[in-house]
Write a protein that binds this ligand. Structure first.
Ligand SMILES: Nc1nc2c(ncn2[C@H]2C[C@H](O)[C@@H](COP(=O)(O)OP(=O)(O)OP(=O)(O)O)O2)c(=O)[nH]1
Length: 204
């Protein structure tokens, strides 16, 4: 019987990454209050938020009958020149963000929290962070306005979708590219391995 893979996220991008890798997750958004955790350290921030999201769902599942399942929570932020940014607040905020980001290099951090629920009722957890450097191109103001008007950047922590129109404005990356989208797939494989789970066990 396939172990359950629970994605504690509403993110269609994260779900798509898993599905494209042959994992069909059960999506259970955590509704975790992301404002409840603040930190000047981006990796500490995203790891804390990721475990907060995963714990909400793991605790809900633990109340039902003991089962084997893994719960994955994630959180992504963009750090640029020491400032940490989540999703833009508004279209005008997204325009300002791009006018600042263009020509610069940002660091996209994604926290990953895995909680393994065992049939014995016990559980164990792992939290890791991955960082990818993002080299931004220099779109014109008109291009920035057009990109923001498309709506795409408004739902993304880095204010761009790497696999979408945003790809036009990213010169290059240094590090894992799926990490930028919201979930580092090689890191997921490594974390599952540390929990004695082979990622291929989730392939249908
Ligand atoms: N499609 C796409 N989405 C991206 C990209 N970069 C970041 N994102 C999205 C993924 C996440 O949905 C969002 C990061 O925000 P969070 O980590 O707080 O997750 P979110 O609040 O969306 O959902 P969650 O808290 O996991 O239920 O930005 C990208 O390159 N492509």
């Amino acid at each position: 019987m396939l172990p359950r893979f629970i994605l504690a996220s509403q993110s269609p991008a994260r779900r798509r990454l898993l599905q494209q890798a042959g994992i069909e997750p059960e999506c259970m958004p955590s509704q975790f209050d992301e404002d409840s955790i603040q930190s000047p350290n981006p990796s500490h921030l995203v790891e804390s938020l990721a475990i907060g999201k995963a714990t909400v769902i793991a605790q809900k599942l633990a109340k039902s009958s003991p089962q084997s399942a893994v719960v994955l929570g994630c959180d992504s932020v963009l750090a640029i020149n020491g400032e940490i940014h989540g999703k833009p607040d508004s279209p005008s905020h997204a325009i300002e963000r791009w006018q600042y980001m263009r020509g610069r290099v940002g660091e996209l951090y994604t926290g990953h929290a895995l909680i393994q629920l065992l049939p014995t009722g016990s559980s164990r957890q792992l939290v890791r962070c991955a960082m990818t450097q993002v080299h931004f191109a220099q779109p014109t103001d008109r291009q920035i306005r057009a990109y923001v008007a498309s709506g795409e950047p408004l739902h993304c922590a880095g204010c761009f979708a790497l696999e979408g129109k945003g790809s036009l404005f990213i010169e290059r990356l240094q590090g894992c590219h799926t990490n930028v989208i919201g979930l580092s797939m090689p890191l997921l494989r490594q974390m599952l391995g540390e929990m004695d789970c082979d990622v291929t066990a989730f392939w249908r």
